[in-house]
Design a protein around this ligand. Structure first.
Ligand code: KIV
Ligand code: NA
Length: 264
């Protein structure tokens, strides 16, 4: 099978939409890769989805590397991008490079993603200069949730919209290969997408981005209380799995399981 690279994604802009989903473990990543996804994001949303934290802030670099290793073992065809977690890059560019190098060396992933624009420009440059592909992330950046205060739509006002546009152009200049835009008005996402030559990947950013990303547990309906407007739920695995467990419990209690064929 031919591996999808960051160059493949760049070449898809204006030609073919890019499909991306998160994964955090081997078993799900195997199915996501087999389903023909272009790229997997080992998101720091693992902090919420895998560990049950309220925010993405607590997850550590070691934990991200563990998730990334598991996903890389499963991903035969797609590109694997890994989030740099909160605290592993914001403070200083050398630390940012060290964190990115650890992810690449220890997990075998293909690229990293960082939240922010101008504020972290130097960190992004360092990482790119070391030969590590960088995906940007603008708009709603969950690692800054305590600064925002809410998970509401970002960049509705002119000043913030202009900053986002400037940051997107800066990321392109710095050499980022792609850019996630989270929860911003569809019109703004369209304008940004038309203003830069690297592919934009939207989540809650409308249909005019160059690609779309969702958290896989959300689109599979496993995280059943989380239903933002931008989410399309393809399955209801919360109910499916809970029902299967209920059936198993009943079968064990009634000694229906195991039967004659299910023993030695
Ligand atoms: O961590 C994550 O899942 C993400 C996507 C929502 C873009 O950053
Ligand atoms: Na993330």
């Amino acid at each position: 099978i031919k591996r999808i690279t960051t160059e493949t994604l760049r070449g898809m802009k204006g030609v073919e939409k890019i499909s991306m989903l998160t994964s955090y473990d081997f078993t799900i990543a195997q199915m996501v890769d087999a389903g023909g996804i272009d790229a997997i994001l080992v998101g720091d949303s693992a902090s919420n989805v895998m560990a049950g934290h309220e925010t993405t802030l607590p997850i550590t670099l070691d934990q991200m590397i563990y998730h990334a290793q598991s996903v890389v073992r499963a991903a035969k065809r797609c590109l694997v991008v890994v989030d740099l977690p909160f605290g592993s890059y914001q403070s200083d560019p050398q630390k940012a490079l060290d964190s990115a190098v650890r992810i690449m060396k220890e997990s075998g992933a293909h690229a990293v993603k960082l939240e922010g624009g101008k504020e972290i420009a130097e960190s992004i440059s360092r990482i790119i200069n070391a030969g590590i592909p960088v995906m940007g992330h603008l708009g709603l950046t969950p690692q800054s949730i305590y600064q925002f205060g809410t998970y509401k739509v970002r960049a509705k006002e002119e000043a913030e919209a202009q900053k986002l546009m400037d940051d997107a152009k800066l990321l392109e200049e710095l050499g980022a290969f792609s850019l996630v835009m989270e929860k911003i008005p569809a019109d703004l996402a369209k304008k940004v997408t038309e203003s830069i030559n690297i592919p934009t990947i939207g989540i809650g950013a409308g249909p005019n981005c160059d690609g779309q990303v969702l958290v896989v547990h959300d689109m599979l309906g496993m995280t059943h209380e989380f239903k933002p407007k931008f989410l399309r739920q393809y399955l209801n695995l919360y109910d499916e799995i809970t029902n299967a467990v209920q059936q198993y419990v009943a079968d064990v209690k009634s000694v229906d399981f195991p039967n004659e064929k299910e023993q030695y």
